[in-house]
Design a protein around this ligand. Structure first.
Ligand SMILES: Nc1ncnc2c1ncn2[C@@H]1O[C@H](COP(=O)(O)OP(=O)(O)OP(=O)(O)O)[C@@H](O)[C@H]1O
Length: 700
């Protein structure tokens, strides 16, 4: 235990002393329980001994039996002791503390954690946030509030005397938040009030830039304290969403950074607990559009004890589903495909046109080969494709027809290797050792696009069983980016109850045209979903949210989110030449990494090509990474990336290096993408432009 520093109020000192004493008591109680459990671990040996004694008794002479029976009784008594419960992790046994003074008299003390634990002798009671009824009081009331809750048949009334969030790292208390009082233990062991530390330090702290016009708010300094557990911070609205009946589909809406992913993953944690079945995690799935978000989701699931839940990107999910549904080990995918053909295949306008064309005729042969041929017929039918273009009101442009037909024809061709079957295999190679069709249109022969997979699965499900195992629950995150075909197939994979959580924000739709939530739910086969709209924006500070709304322009929803935090102004930096702009960013990054080596920074370019070009300016700097395949490591440093890769992610600092009129034109898709890039910012945003600045930005 360490002495609080001078200058702390009496109240703060008392709080620290109380929480440290409490933690000490908890750790001793866990240790006592652990030792007790150790003593009981001898039971498996007891079982073996009992079996052996039984065998012995069956052949023993009568005079030996009384002694054997006595021994057997002893071993049986050991076995009959109650199973040892799982103990809390002593490094971080709990994340919150609640004390209730009941009107009927007396106080009750609870700690919120992930493992239930009671040690009566030390009056320690840790409750599991997922199911303990009293967790409702923690999430629903503030310190000092009168509370009134029904626990089963019993009404409990009283006052919330203490409601504290704590951070315990390796068994040491390092942070306490009680109402507006926020205390932090710095590395030398002294305690400070966080607001006081921030204003007295040159380095800033969230909300104060180091120098005017400089990059950095102090939030990525060395040795920054661990954050409060997000589970402890869920707000009332988010916790209420988790109370939705496990079998009811839930639609979680809200602006960028309002906690949609947080709610969806916490619901999964709760449902896993409710199902109690050991197999539950394997029957649950999280599906997201991009690799970056898949990696982040896996990291977020780990502390929720859901490491076994499969997190898949849409493409990986479609591929695995198709292999299972068609009983194939692998499917040859094209590595090169026209963007317009992909757009057409994912567009909602294709859905009704296809439905009309397929009519009522039943297909009997549902093999991959047959359905692939059927799909190719449809995708080379110009009349059908023209109808898609007109139904989309030319959102799918006319040239998409030619691109789709030509591409599909190439895919239908017989691969050269098969055509020249019987020829000398060496003659089928080029001088550099590659197959003769590599990098030629012939490399497309006999392949399908990853966008074809949901269409093929859709065709199969329409005429028969999909052949994949039903899921107990699915989380569909960034659901605005799922095509109707993907949703339709996903719906077939859900069990009868359609238990799923959809999280999304129509303003962040980037990859295909979104058909709206009613259409999305209908494809999933959901008639009645519970819907929550999260209203507080947690990730971004006010100036960033305001810019994000400005960029959306006419697309911005009427209601603005409730702003969580103030923040430093957005930095706009304009230069005549791109080279000047990028050298300026390079210097700023160098300076920032020196001052705040723990910061996470993203340089988000409009395209992968622009990201690659910018990277050349900084590739000699350590801790700078080019990430274009979603391979984010979430380590401190700089990720140079593009807007398509960063959905659902967040960084302390974001720099947009090419905020030009060419990169971000005045079009709806561009507005939404720029909005996504801007809203990845947790602390500070810089918008850097050269030549002609994007007109989506406010005038200087
Ligand atoms: N109640 C809360 N209190 C404090 N922070 C929160 C709360 N809820 C969520 N957050 C934090 O806000 C950030 C954004 O949360 P999350 O990623 O779940 O939002 P989102 O709505 O899914 O964002 P996006 O739309 O960009 O995908 C995360 O850092 C998360 O930990």
């Amino acid at each position: 235990m360490n002495e609080p520093t001078e200058g702390l109020s009496e109240q703060a000192r008392a709080l620290i002393a109380e929480e440290e004493a409490l933690l000490k008591r908890v750790l001793l109680a866990i240790e006592a329980a652990r030792q007790q459990a150790g003593r009981e671990r001898g039971r498996s040996e007891a079982l073996a001994r009992l079996t052996h004694l039984r065998d012995e008794a069956s052949t023993a002479v009568e005079s030996d039996l009384p002694a054997l029976f006595q021994q057997m009784d002893t071993e049986r008594a050991i076995l009959e002791r109650k199973d040892t419960a799982q103990l809390p992790e002593p490094h971080t046994p709990y994340f919150a503390h609640l004390r209730l003074r009941k009107h009927e008299g007396g106080t009750n003390e609870y700690l919120l954690g992930r493992t239930t634990f009671t040690h009566a002798a030390s009056s320690v009671r840790i409750i599991d946030w997922r199911f303990a009824p009293v967790a409702r009081v923690f999430y629903g009331y503030a310190e000092g509030d009168d509370y009134e809750e029904w626990f089963g048949e019993r009404l409990s009334e009283g006052v919330v005397e203490a409601r504290r969030l704590v951070v315990i790292e390796r068994g040491v208390l390092t942070r306490i938040r009680a109402g507006t009082l926020h205390l932090e233990r710095v590395p030398n062991g002294e305690w400070h009030e966080v607001g006081a530390l921030a204003t007295s330090s040159l380095a800033g702290g969230a909300g104060t830039a180091v120098r005017a016009g400089s990059l950095g708010t102090g939030s990525g300094e060395a040795g920054r304290a661990a954050r409060f557990d997000i589970t402890a911070q869920l707000d009332t609205e988010q916790f209420e969403a988790l109370q939705t009946h496990p079998e009811k589909p839930l639609l979680v809406l809200g602006s960028a950074g309002s906690g949609k992913t947080t709610v969806a993953l916490h619901r999964l944690a709760q449902l896993t607990f409710n199902l109690r079945a050991a197999s539950a995690p394997s029957r649950m799935k999280v599906v997201v559009p991009e690799e970056g978000l898949a990696r982040l989701s896996r990291r977020l699931l780990a502390p929720l004890e859901l490491r076994n839940v499969s997190v898949e990107t849409l493409d990986a999910w479609a591929y695995a589903s198709a292999c299972t549904a068609f009983g194939l080990k692998s499917i040859a995918l094209s590595s090169d495909k026209p963007a317009l053909a992909s757009k057409l295949k994912r567009h909602p306008a294709l859905r009704p046109v296809l439905e009309k064309r397929l009519g009522k005729k039943k297909l009997t042969d549902l093999s991959f080969k047959r359905l692939r041929r059927k799909l190719a017929e449809l995708l080379t039918d110009r009349t059908l494709l023209e109808e898609v273009v007109t139904t989309s009101r030319e959102d799918v442009p006319w040239p998409a027809i030619e691109d789709t037909v030509r591409h599909t024809m190439l895919q239908l061709a017989t691969p050269l290797t098969r055509e020249f079957d019987g020829f000398d295999p060496e003659a089928m190679k080029t001088v550099d050792g590659l197959a003769i069709e590599d990098s030629t249109p012939d490399s497309l022969a006999n392949t399908v696009d990853v966008e074809d997979l949901p269409l093929l699965l859709f065709l199969k499900a329409r005429h028969g069983h999909l052949g994949t195992d039903p899921l107990a629950h699915a989380v569909i995150d960034e659901a605005e980016d799922f095509s109707l075909f993907e949703l339709s197939v996903m719906g077939r994979q859900l069990g009868k109850t359609r238990s799923c959580t959809l999280a999304g924000d129509e303003m962040q739709q980037t990859s295909s045209s979104f058909a709206g939530w009613p259409a999305a739910l209908a494809e999933l086969g959901i008639q009645d979903a519970a819907t929550v709209r999260l209203s507080v924006s947690y990730r971004c500070p006010r100036p960033v949210i305001e810019l994000a709304r400005h960029v959306l322009g006419p697309l911005a929803p009427e209601a603005s989110p409730r702003m969580g935090r103030e923040g430093v102004p957005v930095g706009f930096h304009h230069f005549p030449e791109e080279a000047q702009a990028w050298l300026f960013v390079r210097d700023a990054l160098k300076d920032l990494l020196d001052r705040e080596p723990k910061a996470s920074v993203a340089v988000i370019a409009s395209t992968p090509e622009a990201a690659r070009t910018f990277y050349k300016v900084v590739n000699d700097m350590s801790a700078v990474r080019l990430v274009l395949d979603g391979g984010f490591t979430f380590e401190p440093g700089v990720d140079v990336t593009d807007v398509e890769s960063i959905k659902g992610l967040e960084f302390d600092y974001v720099i947009l290096p090419d905020a030009t009129a060419r990169a971000w034109p005045q079009a709806d898709e561009s507005r939404r993408k720029l909005h996504v890039a801007i809203t990845r910012t947790s602390h500070q945003l810089w918008v850097v432009s050269s030549g002609l600045r994007s007109r989506l930005l406010p005038s200087p």
